[in-house]
Design a protein around this ligand. Structure first.
Ligand code: ZN
Length: 410
């Protein structure tokens, strides 16, 4: 069976529906991949994630490398067995965390591109904790200050021990304020690392043939530059091993401004092979989801639904709102009367408001369930709309409701 099959296409655009086949089950695409950074979706049981429709979980190689260490995940039987998640798993390469935590970048997606361009990009008040050279990255652990080094080979060795179904090539994260010259050097470095990742991935796969096979995705960088993104995509697509086999899929990474997201994803997907899946790192807002799917992204992950849930922000069809607002103290309706999640079926806004005010940890569990369900269900609806030829109608309806109300919520 091929790793990826395409079912329906969005006429005139790059979007499509399909199925990714992994040793731990299929992923119907487009799919939202829930983030379980440290081998847990914070505050929620794996069984609950399954019930609310999560198809796969993405953990982070950097965090699991530092704690508990890849050897322990390997001895447990791999990521899925370790965390009691029977379905498909992803790990991202650690490149983003090594550089974003290490260098103290400001949040990449919200960075001010009008700032003076600079190659030594450090957030105010942060210390530089990571250094990039052509061979890899040396960084200081954010946990205990110890020094570590990631190279493409080390990232592959870590991700093989963690054992996720889909893993990513080690790439260099740049920011929108790096100079054009630096972006060119960085793309060249990421391409060279991609070749080394594929070679090491094949070596490690051959060394342990009894293990479930892992799929390796190359990562497209190039920031906001069309020529760099297109060239990086073509170059990655052209990287093959001695048997002529290339990457199993592609990740679109790096600095993306919200208003350019669809354009940049489109440049990449026009150059990448159509028979391989494409993952977009780090989106979950409804307008971004529609734009990314139309531009040809098949899967995406984001930590936001669970992160904002722990801060009392919940999604609703008419926008996101904060359940700690005074108006919800005596509101005995669910977060969203039309939501089919466990939280909306059993709990009121007044109760959730109370849990947050009383600092009860159940607040995080119940709001995470709702937010994850909201985003997963929306992507399920987007997928169904492509098959039914109703993508534009769904987009106009959902976004009109979500962004049309300036005061948000009821
Ligand atoms: Zn709900």
């Amino acid at each position: 069976m091929p790793f990826f099959t395409v079912d329906a296409e969005l006429p005139g655009r790059r979007g499509r529906t399909g199925v990714i086949h992994t040793p731990h089950g299929d992923i119907q695409t487009p799919a939202f991949i829930a983030v379980g950074t440290k081998a847990t979706v914070k505050a929620v049981l794996p069984e609950t994630m399954r019930e609310l429709g999560a198809q796969a979980v993405l953990a982070n190689a950097y965090h699991l490398y530092l704690q508990p260490g890849p050897d322990i995940v390997d001895e447990a039987g791999g990521l899925g067995a370790f965390m009691n998640w029977p379905g498909p798993t992803f790990t991202d390469s650690g490149g983003f965390q090594v550089l974003s935590l290490g260098a103290g970048f400001r949040k990449v997606l919200s960075m001010d591109a009008n700032r003076v361009q600079a190659d030594d990009v450090i957030a105010e008040g942060k210390q530089r904790l990571a250094r990039v050279d052509d061979d890899g990255v040396t960084f200081i652990s954010h946990l205990d200050g110890s020094t570590h080094r990631f190279t493409p080979e080390v990232s592959m060795q870590i991700q093989h021990k963690i054992g996720a179904d889909i893993i990513f090539a080690f790439d260099e994260l740049t920011t929108l304020v790096n100079t054009r010259g630096y972006q060119e050097d960085s793309v060249a470095r990421t391409q060279a690392w991609a070749v080394r990742c594929l070679t090491e991935h094949r070596r490690l796969t051959a060394a342990r043939p009894e293990r479930p096979s892992q799929a390796l995705f190359g990562v497209v960088q190039g920031a906001q530059y069309e020529d760099l993104r297109r060239q990086a995509s073509r170059d990655l697509a052209g990287i093959v091993d001695a048997e002529g086999r290339g990457f199993d899929g592609y990740g679109i990474g790096g600095a993306l401004e919200k208003q350019n997201l669809a354009t940049i994803v489109g440049w990449c997907t026009e150059e990448l092979p159509d028979d391989k899946p494409r993952h977009l790192l780090g989106i979950s807002e409804p307008d971004d989801l529609f734009a990314a799917v139309a531009a040809g992204a098949d899967t995406f992950d984001c930590v936001s639904p669970s992160r904002v849930a722990r801060n009392a922000a919940v999604y609703s069809p008419t926008g996101r709102f904060n359940i700690t607002g005074a108006r919800y103290r005596r509101d005995f309706t669910p977060i969203d009367a039309d939501c089919d999640c466990y939280t909306c079926g059993h709990y009121t806004r007044a109760y959730l408001h109370h849990l947050f005010k009383a600092k009860e940890i159940l607040s995080a569990t119940l709001c995470t369930i709702h937010n994850e369900r909201f985003v997963i269900r929306l992507v399920d609806q987007i997928r169904a709309s492509i098959g039914a030829g109703e993508f534009d109608e769904l987009r106009d309806h959902v976004l009109g409701q979500y962004y049309g109300h300036s005061t948000r919520a009821q």
